[in-house]
Design a binder for this molecule. Structure first.
Ligand SMILES: *Cc1c(COP(=O)(O)O)cnc(C)c1O
Length: 301
């Protein structure tokens, strides 16, 4: 790995496994654990580091001086990328979905302060950008510019996600993760044996397309995975009072903070499925806390 990246990784904290101590789970005879990737780093947190690590290494070793990517106004991916670029001495630019608002979101403000060039584009143009999935694949890309598709969803992202799986040192029946682009899920599927079921929880509405996207990212076909589409709560970043109350209650009960876009929805879903007896008693489930707590600043909780 590139020395600058090794230096950066030395500042990271370990992602521990936490057992969720909740009498309700005991009543249903389910053991629920969390893989705390949220603890890795306050900014390049969770799955964003996992997905970026080998992409950044590739960019550095191929002599890139600028990283370019895309995301929304609360994007954890762009936020992590802007920060990593600043630390690694790389220029960064982001295509932001939607018009520039007079006051920037806290996420965008950080990105600007870290030197990222912000380019606001229409929703139509944003959709068109999505089709460029390879690092050389952006029209008009100049030498030494390196393109990362939405959410950093590219083959090298899976290599980093595999490290998350390798760190788990207990046996388990099921591995769960929230899905945006599904790249983290794909990495987990590729790194787990067939006996484990891997379950993704879509954070978006009408996310059936994810099944194809995830299958396309897999290095070889696999069948030990599913995506649950039922817990989007109205759409990406949409919330309900029930979801917010669950998140607050979970934090009070366990001391683990969740955000409402990804991990909050997944944990709500798991609790709901457990109380509906959807998992066999005796199961040990590990849910990945993918971090992203910075995005919580956009919500009034
Ligand atoms: C980006 C993000 C996800 C989604 O990851 P994908 O690999 O795009 O599916 C999940 N959780 C958090 C906290 C994120 O920031």
């Amino acid at each position: 790995m590139h020395p600058e990246l090794i230096k950066l990784e030395l500042t990271f904290k370990p992602s521990i496994l936490t057992k969720i101590d909740d009498p309700l789970l005991a009543r249903y005879e389910i053991e629920l654990w969390m893989k705390r990737d949220d603890l890795l780093h306050p900014i390049i947190s969770g799955n964003k580091w996992r997905k970026l690590k080998y992409v950044l290494d590739h960019a550095l070793s191929s002599g890139a001086d600028t990283l370019i990517s895309m995301g929304g106004a609360y994007s954890n991916h762009l936020h992590a990328l802007a920060y990593a670029g600043k630390i690694l001495g790389l220029k960064t630019a982001g295509f932001i979905r939607g018009e520039r608002t007079e006051t920037l979101t806290p996420t965008l403000t950080d990105m600007q302060n870290w030197g990222m060039e912000l380019n606001f584009i229409s929703r139509t143009d944003y959709r068109l950008l999505r089709q460029h999935k390879n690092y050389l694949d952006l029209p008009g890309l100049k030498p030494r510019q390196y393109w990362l598709p939405e959410g950093g969803a590219q083959a090298l992202a899976l290599t980093g996600v595999a490290e998350l799986v390798d760190e788990i040192d207990i046996s388990y029946d099921m591995l769960c993760v929230p899905c945006g682009t599904g790249a983290t899920l794909a990495g987990m599927i590729a790194a787990t044996p067939d006996q484990v079921s891997v379950m993704g929880f879509a954070a978006l509405k009408n996310a059936g397309f994810l099944r194809n996207d995830v299958a396309a990212l897999l290095p070889q076909p696999a069948t030990h995975w599913r995506i649950n589409l039922d817990y989007h709560f109205g759409g990406f970043a949409a919330t309900t009072p029930e979801l917010m109350a669950f998140i607050e209650g979970f934090e009070t009960k366990t001391g683990v903070a969740l955000e409402p876009v990804y991990t909050g929805k997944m944990m709500y879903a798991l609790y709901d499925l457990i109380t509906r007896h959807r998992f066999k008693p005796g199961r040990r489930i590990i849910a990945v806390h993918t971090g992203g707590l910075q995005g919580k600043r956009g919500f009034n909780i």
